[in-house]
Design a protein around this ligand. Structure first.
Ligand code: FAD
Length: 474
């Protein structure tokens, strides 16, 4: 192999803040490609005739197409290709699990490392954001139909964005005081700056979407009351009901759900206190229970808040961690300490009701369970205690229950999810569609967007009686 080819095979690193600096600030960790680096990386793409990467993308982005544009320095072309299929490239370029999707199927994996699809997507979105004249696409003539979108996360954003362009009158209802769903209240600033999500919401509003915040459907007004004023309703209310471990001591001071911890930080700006109104206690030693992206976000947030030590307690081994590998590596670089094969069994408090210690059991891995991962089995008599003044429980979430609980004729599944058709998002209730985490349980941004797009197509068919091709809802 020639020397030149060898260089082309090496994936271009993306600059990052050094670990010892970033572990104490909330600025974005990854700094993104410069134009020069992006072009170099894009030129690694082999432009396969049969691009497997596209098969790995839940919204079927023309990946070789946008990468070719970058390689040819046509950045406007790249963003245009991306926007044919995704309305949130700046978000997806940062948080999508590409290593499990498009990049996993890249043929270059066999030789060296996959083309950095996510980093290139992020670059194209960043380039667009830096242009002062973002184009507002032409909308269809008004149809006179009114649509309510409940929830302003990626599922709701996608439905609202698609239907407004098709000429419908769209209003988005959000329970919190800021729109964006998990992108705003959950994923920390150092991974996804709030300004990026705000930009996307502003864009929707520029397109004409009306946003009503502090409005809890099911409390402020019922779903049936909304239906009196709208022709169709989409529910994208997500999975924000935290699970707990149900072990003694979970009510002690210093024990948080991941939702509370991250919401205090991201939505309420706890890290800016006293400039913000919501304080958050600075703990010395913080343990986060769980192994997903949420757990990594909490452990890294703890360090940035000034903890001396931040731990992950996970009952399986490193290999089974469900978090994105990139985020696990980032956490390791920042000196998050991992206790693998460890299960908390009791939280122990001091005389004032504050957490003092966590009692854990050591585990070993047994036979695979239904998820295909080896089941953790407790080792008898292996109890040990770790001194700790905070514990964040990040072991999962259930779908938000308010709408299913207050709408008797809306079919719900056994996990509290709304039952909806996989291909259309149609629910059991007339004129109501649903998609994203409220249907699937906690999943990913891109899957929520994919569900939103399918629902928008089906809603259009209902509203106008017109069947759309995949190309037309973009
Ligand atoms: P959400 O984003 O949850 O949005 C639902 C919205 O509905 C919320 O704003 C909520 O306030 C609102 N709502 C709820 N009930 C009502 C009501 N009754 N009335 C009005 N509004 C209501 N995915 C990835 O792909 N990559 C990652 O790196 C990643 N990291 C994550 C990190 C964290 C900390 C968390 C919590 C999740 C992460 N995820 C990640 C998962 C991803 O964010 C979700 O799968 C995705 O946001 C789901 O989108 P959604 O639109 O279905 O719901």
């Amino acid at each position: 192999m020639s020397e030149k080819k060898k260089i082309n095979l090496n994936r271009i690193d993306m600059p990052k803040q050094p670990p010892h600096i970033r572990r104490r600030n909330f600025k974005e960790v990854a700094l993104g490609y410069t134009a020069e680096l992006a072009i170099q990386e894009a030129r690694r793409c082999l432009q396969c005739k049969k691009p497997f990467c596209v098969q790995g993308c839940p919204v079927e982005i023309d990946i070789p197409g946008f990468i070719k544009c970058i390689a040819e320095k046509d950045f406007a072309g790249a963003i245009a290709v991306l926007k044919e299929k995704t309305c949130l490239p700046a978000v997806c370029g940062r948080v999508c699990p590409q290593e499990e999707q498009c990049e996993k199927l890249c043929v270059l994996n066999k030789k060296d490392a996959a083309v950095a699809v996510g980093r290139l997507e992020r670059f194209a979105a960043q380039w667009e954001a830096e242009q002062k004249n973002i184009q507002i696409p032409k909308k269809h003539t008004p149809t006179g139909k009114k649509v309510a979108v409940v929830g302003s996360g990626p599922a709701g954003i996608t439905v609202a964005g698609d239907l407004i362009l098709l000429g419908h009158d769209v209003t988005m209802y959000e329970a919190l005081h800021e729109a964006g769903g998990v992108l705003t209240y959950g994923i920390p600033e150092f991974r996804l700056p709030t300004a990026i999500v705000r930009r996307e919401i502003d864009y929707l509003q520029k397109l004409g979407v009306k946003l009503i915040t502090n409005f809890v459907v099911g409390k402020t007004k019922s779903l049936d009351q909304l239906l009196e004023n709208y022709d169709a309703v989409f529910i994208g209310t997500g999975a924000g009901l935290p699970w707990f471990m149900n072990i003694p001591g979970e009510n002690l001071n210093g024990v948080y759900s991941a939702n509370e911890y991250l919401t205090r930080m991201n939505l309420m700006g706890g890290f800016k206190y006293p400039k913000s109104n919501t304080p958050i206690k600075k703990h010395k030693n913080i343990a986060v229970v769980g192994g997903g992206n949420v757990a990594m976000d909490c452990a890294r947030t703890g360090l940035r808040l000034g903890a001396d030590k931040s731990y992950i307690i996970y009952r399986r081994s490193r290999k089974e961690l469900p978090a994105r590998l990139e985020e696990v590596e980032n956490a390791e670089e920042e000196n998050v300490i991992f206790h693998f094969l460890t299960l908390p069994v009791r939280l122990i408090g001091d005389e004032n009701g504050w957490l003092k210690e966590i009692e854990c059991l050591r585990m070993k891995l047994g036979e695979p369970d239904q998820s295909g991962r080896r089941r953790p089995v407790p080792i008898e008599g292996s109890e040990f205690k770790i001194p700790m003044d905070a514990c964040v429980v990040a072991i999962g979430n259930s779908p938000n229950p308010i709408i299913p609980d207050t709408t008797p004729d809306l079919e719900a599944g056994k996990w509290g999810n709304i039952v909806a058709d996989e291909n259309t998002g149609k629910t059991s209730k007339d004129r109501v569609w649903a998609g994203g985490d409220i249907v699937t349980g906690a999943a990913t941004v891109i899957l929520a967007m994919g569900a939103g797009r399918k629902a928008a197509r089906s809603m259009q068919e209902y509203l106008i009686g017109e069947k759309l091709t995949a190309q037309q809802t973009q």
